[in-house]
Design a protein around this ligand. Structure first.
Ligand code: 9MG
Length: 389
C-alpha cells in the first residue's frame, strides 16, 4: 500500500481529476481547497485501502473511494486535524502510511544513495551523462561504437561536470528490438573496463539483463540502471551481491509495444504503485533500500500529456522515500511541443530539466552535460535560497 500527498495547483485541476477518478466535487471554492490536505492511498488489496479509509474517518477526516481499476481512495483532512495528530505516530498506527508519505514529501532532501564503497549525497542535483555504445540510439546512435571514441566522450563529459556516466549497449527507443546478451556484453564491457580505470565518478550500466549487469559490476561499474524495473528475475540478486546502486524505472510493456496507446487511471498513482512494488521485491532479494533510486520513466509508455503530468507532479513520487532520477533529454515529447527534430531539442530539454529539479529530481540523465550541469547549479542555488530565507 502506498500513500501520496496530492497538492493541487487550483480548483480546475482538482475538479478535472476528481471527475476522472469518479469522485464527488469536494471543494466548492479555492478557499476550501487551501483549507484541506489531500492524500491518495492505493494498493492491489482493496481491504487495505478500506482499512485506512476507516482509520482516516475515525480521526476526523473524510474518505472517498475512486472508481478506478486499482483500489484507490482519496483522504481529505482539515489542516488542524493533521497538525494535532501527525506526531502521534506509533508502529501500530493504521495511518502510518500517510504520516510517512507526509514526512518524505516535506523532507528537505532524500537520504543519500548507497553504493558498495561510497555514498552519494543528494543535497546537490547530480548529472548523469549518457554514453550510448549502440548503432541505433535515437539521439547519438553510432557515434560511440568505437571504444576510443566512447572513452574520449566519457572523459569529456566528466570535464563538463558529469557526476555519473551511464553506459548502455542496447537502444530502448520506441519500437526497438532486443539485443542479444553477447552483443550487449561486447559493446559495453570493454568501455567500462577502460573508463573505470580513468574516472573517479561512478559508472552506471544501462541494461535489462542480469548477465550484462554482473559483468559490468565486475568491470568497475557501481550502479545498475534498469529501464525494465528489475523484470529480469536475477537482476536484483546480482545487484544485491555487489551492493550496487540500483535505478528502478517504470516502463509500460517493452520498447516494442510501449507507445501503443498507453493508458493509466492516474499516471502518477499507477507508476508510484509499480515503483513501490518493484522496490519491495528488490528488498526481498537482498537489495538495501538505501541503494535504490526511483524513476517514473519519461517517454517509456507515456503520451505527451502523461509525460507533462509526470514532470509537473514529480514531487508526489518523493512520498516513496527514495531519491528520484529523471531522463527527458532530447525525447520526442519535447519535439512534439516545440516541433523540433532531435537536434533542436536542447533548449526544451534544459527547460524540462530545470522544472524537474525544482520539483524534486535528484539526478538528471542528459546528453548535453555542460549545459545541464549549469542549470543544476543555478537551480540548486535558488533552492538553497528558498531554504535559508
Ligand atoms: C537508458 N535510459 C533512457 N532513458 C532513460 C530514463 O528516462 N531513465 C533512465 N533511468 N534510463 C534511461
Amino acid at each position: 500500500m502506498i500513500a501520496r500527498l496530492r497538492n493541487y495547483s487550483g480548483l480546475p485541476e482538482a475538479r478535472n481529476e476528481w471527475s476522472k477518478l469518479g469522485l464527488p466535487q469536494v471543494a466548492e471554492a479555492p478557499r476550501d481547497l487551501y483549507d484541506l490536505v489531500f492524500f491518495f492511498v492505493e494498493s492491489k488489496d482493496a481491504g487495505e485501502v478500506e482499512g485506512i479509509a476507516f482509520a482516516a474517518e475515525e480521526l476526523g477526516g473524510d474518505a472517498y473511494g475512486c472508481t478506478t481499476r486499482t483500489p484507490r481512495t482519496m483522504l481529505v483532512f482539515e489542516h488542524g486535524v493533521l497538525q494535532g495528530n501527525s506526531c502521534r505516530v506509533g508502529p501500530d498506527d493504521r495511518l502510518q502510511p500517510i504520516w510517512r508519505a507526509l514526512s518524505n514529501y516535506l523532507a528537505p532532501q532524500p537520504p543519500s544513495w548507497k553504493l558498495a564503497e561510497r555514498e552519494l549525497r543528494l543535497d546537490s542535483t547530480m548529472v548523469m551523462g549518457v554514453l550510448n555504445v549502440t548503432p541505433d540510439s535515437f539521439s547519438d546512435g553510432g557515434l560511440y561504437l568505437d571504444k576510443g571514441k566512447a572513452v574520449k566522450r566519457a572523459l569529456e563529459m566528466v570535464e563538463e561536470g558529469a557526476d555519473i556516466i551511464d553506459v548502455g549497449g542496447e537502444s530502448t527507443r520506441p519500437y526497438s528490438g532486443e539485443v542479444a546478451v553477447e552483443e550487449e556484453l561486447k559493446r559495453v564491457i570493454p568501455v567500462i573496463e577502460e573508463i573505470s580505470s580513468h574516472l573517479e565518478v561512478p559508472i552506471s550500466v544501462d541494461t535489462r539483463h542480469h548477465e550484462v549487469a554482473r559483468a559490468a559490476l565486475e568491470a568497475g561499474a557501481e550502479i545498475v540502471n534498469d529501464v525494465s524495473g528489475l523484470r529480469d528475475a536475477k537482476m536484483a540478486e546480482v545487484a544485491a551481491r555487489h551492493g550496487a546502486g540500483v535505478v528502478i524505472m517504470h516502463m509500460l510493456g517493452d520498447p516494442g509495444t510501449m507507445q501503443d496507446r498507453p493508458t493509466y487511471d492516474d499516471v502518477v498513482g499507477d507508476i508510484s504503485l509499480f515503483l513501490d512494488e518493484r522496490m519491495m521485491s528488490a528488498k526481498s532479494s537482498g537489495v538495501d533500500l538505501r541503494s535504490i533510486l526511483l524513476d517514473p520513466g519519461i517517454g517509456f509508455g507515456k503520451s505527451l500529456d502523461q509525460n507533462l503530468q509526470i514532470v509537473v507532479r514529480l514531487r508526489e513520487f518523493s512520498c516513496l522515500g527514495r531519491g528520484l532520477l529523471i531522463g527527458a533529454s532530447r525525447k520526442s515529447f519535447i519535439g512534439k511541443v516545440l516541433g523540433q527534430e532531435v537536434g533542436g531539442r536542447k533548449e526544451g530539454s534544459l527547460a524540462i530539466a530545470s522544472i524537474a529539479m525544482m520539483n524534486g529530481a535528484n539526478v538528471v540523465r542528459a546528453h548535453d552535460v555542460k549545459e545541464t550541469k549549469m542549470v543544476a547549479r543555478m537551480v540548486d542555488a535558488v533552492r538553497r535560497a528558498q531554504t535559508i530565507s
